[in-house]
Design a protein around this ligand. Sequence first.
Ligand SMILES: [Zn+2]
Length: 267
Amino acid sequence: MKCLRCKKRIGEEDIYCGYCGIHQEKYQKYLNRVSAKIHKDRDRAYEKRIRKIEFEVEQLKKDRIKEIDRIKNNRWEFIGTKSFSYNLTEGKININGSVYLFSDIKGAEITRQDSYRVVTTSTGKSKKHISLGGGLIGGALAGVPGAVIGGSVLGKTKSKGQSFSSSIPTCNHIGVNVNINGFVSEIVLLSGDVDQSSQICEKVFEIAQQIVDKLRYLSKTPVPKKYLKPEEEQSVIDIDNKIEESKIKLEDAKNDKPTYEIPKEYL
Ligand SMILES: [Zn+2]
């Protein structure tokens, strides 16, 4: 190699130059410092360009994660409740957060419990306490998770007159029992008293029927032996390619480090 200062030929491993006596490594650092000082602007532009490309790479990596999530989520379809979904691409169902294969489904049936509530109406002077009655629907009816159903129900009545009681039919539980390899998992669609006169019971019952029909269909649908992983979908591969391009661009930018002729007075 050549001495960094006097340019005379010296040994590869030499720490000092035998001619001018300069410490090679320290002199290189010195040269770097001088270069940095006198060429701040170009160095700044260089750093800025690298940071910009690094940022690009980071953004693309985030896009990739988002795209994979989007593909994963898109494969799941819902029927009126978040407690049950199915995935035709991968041959899977999800019940209350647990995932099973179509072939694990051994049966499905609707569970329904009906009840009644008592309403007392009074004549004469009375003080009525209104309380909010009704039940909770466990995520049934898309977009209204846990909505409180039912109107005001008359509460305790203090009265000197006569009072009449009548019972109003309600449904207080609708769900689907799914037999998964002999174990039962329940998809709860409605829990709590809802008047049968309201349309809610029938609507939820319809959803239950749709879920049972779907489960019966899925239990006979073969589990796909092969399917693309989200990472293998074209949209993700496109992002992968962009990331590769940006990485090459980054390498090029890094190698394009400005070099300077240092003015003689510094040498
Ligand atoms: Zn030298």
